[in-house]
Design a protein around this ligand. Sequence first.
Ligand code: KG4
Ligand code: ZN
Length: 341
Amino acid sequence: MCSLHMAKAPTILAIESSCDETSAAVVHQGKVLNNIIATQSIHENYGGVVPELASRAHQSNIVPVVDEALKNAGITKNNLDAIAFTQGPGLLGALLVGTSFAKAMALALDIPLIAVDHMQAHVLAHFIEPPYPEFPFLCLTVSGGHTQILLVRSHLDMQVVGRTRDDAVGEAFDKIAKLLGFPYPGGPLLDQMAGKGNPDAYEFPQTQVDGLDFSFSGIKTAVLYFLRDALKSNENFVEQQLADICASVQKTLIQMLFQKLEAAANKFDISEIAVAGGVSANSGLRQGLQELARSRNWQSYIPEFQYCTDNAAMIAITAHFKYLEGQFADLQTGPNPRLAL
Ligand code: KG4
Ligand code: ZN
């Protein structure tokens, strides 16, 4: 499309389908009007996301979810200036549903297509509603699939400066929660139980990694061996000590995150600190960040809960910034499960 015909204040429909939420949102003049999310509960029966079931659920959810987003925004598809979709990273089959749908819609309406990086969108969720972080800022993105520290110079210029070398922190929460008998995804349930326990009751080893990188697979194994030993002498150990175990695990995982976040803040001499991704819903992390921010004189930012977990509102706001820069995708663009910033 000729840039002369681009709307200055575009209306964009955005679609997110990278994992197990089918979501659509409309952004108008940089303001996100809604955030419709269909969560797939079918995976609870399997202890984790089953890719093929996720793809099928996206297929049945996508039309009603998009319809609702347009109706809720009070617009028809003819009012749209562009269609945005999550290109990756994520599950191939799941991404394919959103990508194909967006491409077909952009082609039919003869409007531009915008491909969005899911991890960039988690960071830009901070621009859905004020207060906005000031550039440059650091963003700790913590989800079920990723743990990254990004140096964010502007809306579309960001660089990964630290990342996990194995499990993501959300994955560690979920896997340890599973060892303790919680259903998937156990992270939020572990968090709830941790609120009733003593975080200093038990100590778990923290894997040391150079620089700003993380490693979370060791603590999962440490908890596994700890439980095996404790259960040998008391078969009711987990039930009796559940709250204390959860509180201690949560404290350790958060300490590991904050240690690297502080190191990054020191290294880049930045005091604007943002946290994004599903794990930023964790109550220990939220409270810990507030305390750390007070003691370090940081300005800290965590988006509203609905914008922390996977959602199309963050895809929509990212698409808005990409539209203004004329960053469009062509119809050959496909999903990229390993897309990296
Ligand atoms: O960002 P997200 O919704 O999806 C991914 O892109 O992965 O993050 C989901 C992850 C899951 O691992 C879930 O257990 C974790 O975020 N999570 C939590 C909490 N709420 C969600 N982990 C710990 N405490 C919570 N309150
Ligand atoms: Zn995500």
